[in-house]
Design a protein around this ligand. Structure first.
Ligand code: AMP
Length: 209
């Protein structure tokens, strides 16, 4: 899944995972878990994540490489939020080659920066189960409480306006150039980030054939 922060990569990855019974490898979640557990990687990652910067390639590549040791990737997987830089794309090429895996699609989610800022600043997340809400389009039933697990909802530090703007700059500088690489390989499938939730499943089914 490729696309700016807040474009809906996670939502789409989740639906595709259900449609095709594939595990989702979400680097953002893996890094947040490392931060919560207070591991060495987590401590380093936190300082970058709080500022909306990319966590250094060697850490992220290491986390992803380790994830590929698990047997559940054997029949396919969805990468959500990785690669995000040239160094990561090179590492992914190497991981795929080492594991004799072929990349079949790169789904590019396209969304306007203005919509992203609006969407992310009203996003609330459950720190316990990962469920995502939006104050207007998907509010929790009870204000501030997760519908799924009852935990108190939070606004991620990096979903605050200044940090969002910086994340968009980082995306434009470091991640956007990857679009050309995957377009040249004929792998890009483009999808809009504003498709209504109730149409998303059918849309993705059609997109992936
Ligand atoms: P996300 O939940 O995908 O928006 O990621 C949240 C934050 O985690 C990003 O702003 C980065 O600081 C960090 N992060 C997630 N994935 C990566 C990655 N592939 N490379 C570097 N940093 C990442």
């Amino acid at each position: 899944m490729l696309g700016p922060p807040g474009s809906g990569k996670g939502t789409r990855a989740h639906i595709i995972s259900e449609l095709y019974d594939l595990p989702v490898i979400t680097t953002g979640d893996m890094l947040r878990t490392a931060v919560a557990e207070g591991t060495e990687c987590g401590k380093i990652a936190k300082s970058y994540m709080d500022k909306g910067e990319l966590v250094p390639d060697d850490i992220v590549n290491g986390v992803v490489r380790e994830r590929f040791q698990k047997p559940d990737v054997e029949d396919g997987f969805i990468l959500d939020g990785f690669p995000r830089s040239k160094g990561q794309a090179d590492a992914l090429d190497q991981i795929l080659e080492d594991n004799n895996i072929e990349l079949t699609h790169v789904i590019l989610v396209v969304l306007d920066d203005k919509v992203i800022v609006e969407r992310l600043s009203k996003r609330r997340s459950c720190p316990k189960c990962g469920e995502i809400y939006h104050l207007e389009s998907k509010p929790p039933k009870k204000q501030g409480v997760c519908d799924v697990c009852g935990a108190a909802l939070i606004q991620r530090d990096d979903d605050k306006p200044d940090v969002i703007k910086h994340r968009l700059e980082v995306y434009a500088e470091q991640t956007k150039p990857l679009i050309k690489k995957y377009r040249d390989q004929g792998l890009i499938l483009e999808t809009s980030g504003v498709i209504p939730m109730d149409q998303l499943r059918d849309h993705l089914k059609e997109l992936l054939g």
